[in-house]
Design a protein around this ligand. Structure first.
Ligand code: PRX
Length: 608
């Protein structure tokens, strides 16, 4: 088996900073040159014949790709890491980690195996048992990857948390899940400290890179725990239906809901990574999503590692130069990113592309929000490659619909259902609609990584199955004559801003906590770059006067409480908000106002 020790051209310790960019003159023939380069790639797709695979594939048969213990037990972390100790990949690089100063560190599968064994033993020594919730609140550093694998390995439930979350977002998730342990850094811990007293179930805070002199009660040093733990650990043999991870996501009403995924998911992670991301043994793969979101957990950790791929992670923030540098210096071959990032790259211009080589990139995928056809066409021009859009959700746990490498990409379409997946567009009774008709995007239940529960909320779980015979995604779509699916929009009020799913209720709740805000209604407003931005309509408290500085203060207040992506970029002050007779703010009407659309039936309005 071919293993990759390190990228042959990358400097060992650091990637180029902006100032070191080689000045490659812009050339109109760049895309043509790339086409020539691409022809030389061994690009035989892992899935070569979609129609045949769709007709014959069975999930039961695919189980042979997954390693099981006696009695049908398994462990997703064993599949992602431990099994590579004996399949020729032991010394292959599992993780290229680029920190915020552009320093690269490399970890082989054996490194991750031993480190996660240590962390697993450390967690056990703290009393963590199967089923306990352990949350990971870390930037994109190697400890995030090690911790997630360690938690899964001992049968605890991993709780990914986006490092930009503020205290309110943290409290909602940690309190609802009754988290026992959280792993974080000194900087991020400051946000946790604000709400710590509201988390009676949280027993331990493990701090990466702590100044041990400064650790408080129930706080432990990650490094000290690792130093005293054994690097030998038997992974827990789990039932296929035992929980693997718990990821909170937003709905239209109420607080974020905890989507429960199980160890059986690894079957879906493994196969879809193989088909959609098309990973081969000599690929170097970069998923730009943060593992605090589902894409970063499933396709940044479990899926690629189960396939034995070398994964790149980049701690730094987005900027076009830095991203292209990562692609070049690490010789990335497969790149999984998101529409907002691609739109920002497009805005950064063609020149910056042409000043890089990007000559190793052979496959590009995108997920999370609608991918404009214009961006796909631009991608063809500057990267010489089609961008493969695909569709899925936190709840679906794996890609379900995709433009696959073996099929023509239709710019603007999400692609076709994967083998083993039955998707359809139906009416509210569950009856399938003809091609071209707009309806509900639904999936036949039974794919391996389908959500199993909503944590402590069976009622919310049932809501996904309200259309008879189907799982309802909450999205509206249509299909064309060739069976491609086209996204139209959400059927509910959920906002998708820069690929981040935000519940209007969470933002409204944060807004009304500000003493100057009496009422708030929140909608997604179409935005060229971010897909949508969050817009709030507010009513000020009695005797409060509007001012620019007050509006800025309210924005900051929300941003600090929730997260940098979850605050209203626009706030409009109104004397009153439209409500139903039962007092619910009518977001539909707010949206119609914003878009200048007809307001429809307003008979239930308290006032208009
Ligand atoms: O509305 C759809 C949109 O993102 C939602 C799922 O968000 P989340 O659970 O955060 O997962 C995102 C990453 C898997 C969907 O209900 N969405 C996802 N992919 C696409 C999309 N909208 C349009 N096109 C897509 N390819």
């Amino acid at each position: 088996m071919k293993t990759v020790d390190k990228p042959s051209k990358a400097s060992d310790t650091k990637i180029a900073g902006k100032q070191e960019l080689k000045d490659k003159p812009q050339t109109a023939s760049f895309a043509a040159e790339r086409q020539e380069i691409i022809k030389k790639f061994p690009v035989k797709a892992n899935l070569e014949d979609y129609e045949k695979a769709y007709a014959t594939f069975s999930w039961d048969e695919a189980k042979k790709e997954i390693s099981y213990f006696a009695g049908g037990k398994l462990n997703a972390a064993y599949n992602a890491v431990d099994r590579h100790m004996n399949d020729g990949r032991r010394n292959k690089v599992a993780l290229y980690s680029v920190d915020s100063n552009n320093n690269i560190s490399k970890f082989t599968f054996q490194d991750i195996y031993l480190l996660s064994n240590r962390m697993g033993n450390a967690l056990k020594s703290l009393g963590v048992q199967k089923g306990d919730r352990v949350f990971v609140f870390l930037p994109r550093i190697p400890e995030l990857y090690v911790s997630t694998i360690a938690i899964a390995k001992i049968g605890a439930v991993a709780g990914p948390l986006f490092s930009a979350f503020g205290p309110d977002a943290l409290r909602d998730r940690l309190a609802d899940s009754q988290a026992k342990v959280i792993i974080t850094t000194p900087d991020l811990k400051a946000k946790l400290d604000e709400i710590r007293s509201e988390l009676p179930d949280l027993e331990h805070v493990i701090v990466v890179g702590a100044n041990t002199g400064k650790l408080g009660k129930q706080e432990l040093s990650y490094e000290a725990l690792m130093a005293s733990a054994s690097d030998q650990l038997k992974p827990a043999a789990m039932d296929a239906e035992d929980p693997l991870y718990l990821l909170y996501t937003s709905g239209t009403t109420g607080k974020p809901k905890g989507v429960v995924h199980v160890h059986n998911d690894i079957l879906g992670h493994h196969m879809t990574t193989k088909w959609v991301l098309d990973l081969k043994d000599d690929d170097i793969y970069w998923c730009t999503a943060d593992p605090g979101w589902v894409t970063g957990t499933v396709y940044g950790i479990f899926g690629p590692w189960s396939n034995g791929a070398s994964v790149v992670t980049y701690e730094g923030r987005f900027d076009a130069d830095s991203w292209y540098n990562v692609l070049d210096e690490l010789q990335v071959t497969v790149w999984y990113t998101a529409p907002t990032a691609l739109r920002m790259l497009m805005k950064a211009g063609d020149d910056v592309v042409f000043r890089h080589s990007l000559k190793t990139v052979r496959h590009i995928c995108s997920v999370g929000e609608p991918l404009n056809p214009e961006v796909v066409r631009w991608g063809m021009k500057v990267y010489g490659l089609p961008i493969h859009d695909n569709w899925w959700q936190t709840e679906t746990g794996m890609q379900l619909i995709s433009n696959l490498p073996c099929m023509p990409v239709k710019p603007g379409s999400m692609g076709k259902p994967l083998p083993g997946v039955v998707a359809a567009v139906v009416d509210d009774n569950g009856d399938e609609l003809e091609p071209g008709q707009l309806g509900r995007l639904v999936v036949k239940p039974g794919w391996p990584s389908e959500l199993r529960h909503i944590w402590r909320n069976e009622e919310k779980h049932k809501e996904y199955y309200r259309i008879p015979g189907w799982y309802f995604s909450g999205d509206n779509a249509w299909t064309d004559e060739d069976g491609y699916f086209w996204f139209v929009g959400r059927a509910d009020d959920v906002i998708n801003t820069a690929g981040h799913r935000v519940g209007p209720f969470e933002v409204e709740s944060a807004l009304v906590e500000h003493p100057s805000v009496a009422e708030a209604g929140v909608i997604g407003k179409p935005d060229k770059e971010r897909g949508e931005i969050i817009k709030a309509f507010i009513v000020l408290s009695n005797n409060v006067k509007s001012s620019d500085s007050l509006i800025e203060e309210i924005k900051d207040f929300t941003k600090r409480k929730l997260a940098a992506h979850a605050y209203p970029r626009e706030i409009e002050i109104r004397d009153s908000l439209p409500k139903t007779r039962s007092g619910k703010i009518m977001r539909r009407l707010l949206k119609a106002w914003e878009l200048g659309l007809p307001t429809g039936d307003t008979s239930s309005l308290e006032e208009d």
